[in-house]
Design a binder for this molecule. Structure first.
Ligand code: FAD
Length: 354
């Protein structure tokens, strides 16, 4: 049987919950959040053990409820975030249906049909908030299939113990690469080679995630007003010097090498002929938006991206995209940043439907 509702939110991570909060607050629309996970917390459930937020708790909050501080930690860990999201969902009575994967969204006589692995919904609007975690990106590097060691992505990394006594190459000059390289190097039992496309750019030690949100917002405002692009967060640096990264860097354990030219069976090779043997390569090379459920709508523009105005999809005004990075709202892939973008998306949806 097809279930009818006004709005379906696809994805019940922080972005989906922020949308749910504003739908609840705005009132007047019936809605359901469909989430593939069995438990609350979105991708925070799968982060590695030592990961800590790059902002203090009060600067990592969704709308309506401050994240409480974590005892003994300035920067909370992922378990604390999962607990916060679990409580948030309960506190606002958000109607999240878990264990429900949306396979396809299709047009159907002026409505959108949402097909899942456990039933079909028919809605007047859809807010897609599926994140990026389920779409890890690996670059095409020659020899990747020749390498006989282990290859993992950020999403597969848990803790250094899995690599004790091994030689590990960590690829990637962003926060994940720096944090995982630091985690492994500080363990002391692992021979780590950190490889980055360009020399690592650490943000000044006194800048954390708090400043990043302000910079992202200022950039979006400047662009919207037709001013020159200041480069936003990227102009400050790529890596937040969270305490473990700072400790590893200051101990001289984070000296990066440039990107290698190829993988071989036993390790990696640079263009100048130098080589490093490896038992494992960890690709911290980012993510892409998880949007395959929208394929039937045929929305992609010439460069493969879905054209949007804010969160609204130009080719399908009943559809909004929320939380995929700076793409549809400043810092909207962050805990503190997604609230404002979610509010704007819900306002537009409400305006359309009421
Ligand atoms: P997710 O948390 O990934 O939630 C998406 C949900 O949608 C998941 O539950 C997923 O199962 C579900 N889903 C996906 N596809 C479907 C489908 N087809 N049908 C149904 N459900 C589906 N941000 C900060 O603010 N501070 C930080 O310190 C910080 N550190 C980060 C560190 C790392 C390593 C990474 C990767 C990100 C970090 N971020 C940080 C960024 C951001 O906060 C997280 O990526 C966050 O998880 C994004 O939330 P989301 O709701 O957009 O996506």
């Amino acid at each position: 049987m097809t279930q009818q509702t006004d709005v379906v939110v696809v994805g019940g991570g922080q972005a989906g919950l922020a949308a749910g909060y504003h739908l609840r607050r705005q009132g007047g629309l019936d809605f359901t959040v469909l989430d593939a996970e069995a438990a609350p917390g979105g991708s925070w459930q799968h982060m590695w053990d030592s990961l800590h937020l790059f902002s203090p708790a009060e600067h990592s909050s969704l709308p309506g409820r401050l994240m409480p501080a974590q005892a003994g930690e300035t920067y909370p860990d992922a378990v604390h975030v999962v607990n916060y999201l679990t409580d948030y969902e309960k506190r606002y009575g958000l109607p999240v249906q878990r264990g429900t994967r949306v396979d396809a969204v299709r047009r159907d006589a002026g409505r959108l049909l949402i097909e899942t692995d456990s039933g079909t919904w028919r809605a007047r609007a859809v807010i897609s908030a599926t994140g990026t975690w389920s779409r890890p990106f690996l670059p095409a590097v020659p020899g990747r299939e020749e390498f006989t060691g282990r290859q993992l992505h950020t999403v597969n990394y848990r803790w250094p113990t899995d690599f004790a006594g091994q030689r590990v190459i960590v690829v990637g000059g962003g926060n994940s690469g720096a944090q995982i390289a630091a985690d492994l190097a500080l363990d002391g039992r692992i021979e780590v080679t950190w490889v980055t496309q360009r020399p690592p750019r650490f943000l000044p030690d006194d800048i954390d995630g708090r400043a990043l949100f302000d910079v992202a917002t200022a950039r979006r405002r400047a662009l919207d007003a037709g001013h020159t692009d200041t480069g936003g967060v990227g102009s400050l640096g790529d890596i937040v010097a969270v305490p473990p990264v700072r400790a590893a860097r200051d101990a001289g354990l984070l000296a990066a090498r440039p990107m290698f030219a190829r993988l071989a069976a036993d390790g990696v090779r640079w263009a100048d002929g130098s080589a490093v043997g490896a038992d494992a390569v960890i690709w911290c090379t980012g993510f892409r938006p998880a949007l395959s459920h929208l394929a039937p709508l045929d929305l992609r523009g010439p460069r493969g991206r879905i054209p949007t105005d804010g969160t609204r999809v130009l080719g399908e005004p009943q559809l909004h995209l929320l939380g995929y990075g700076d793409w549809t709202g400043p810092a909207s892939a962050t805990l503190i940043g997604v609230g404002r973008t979610a509010r704007d998306a819900v306002r537009e949806v409400t305006g359309l439907l009421t």
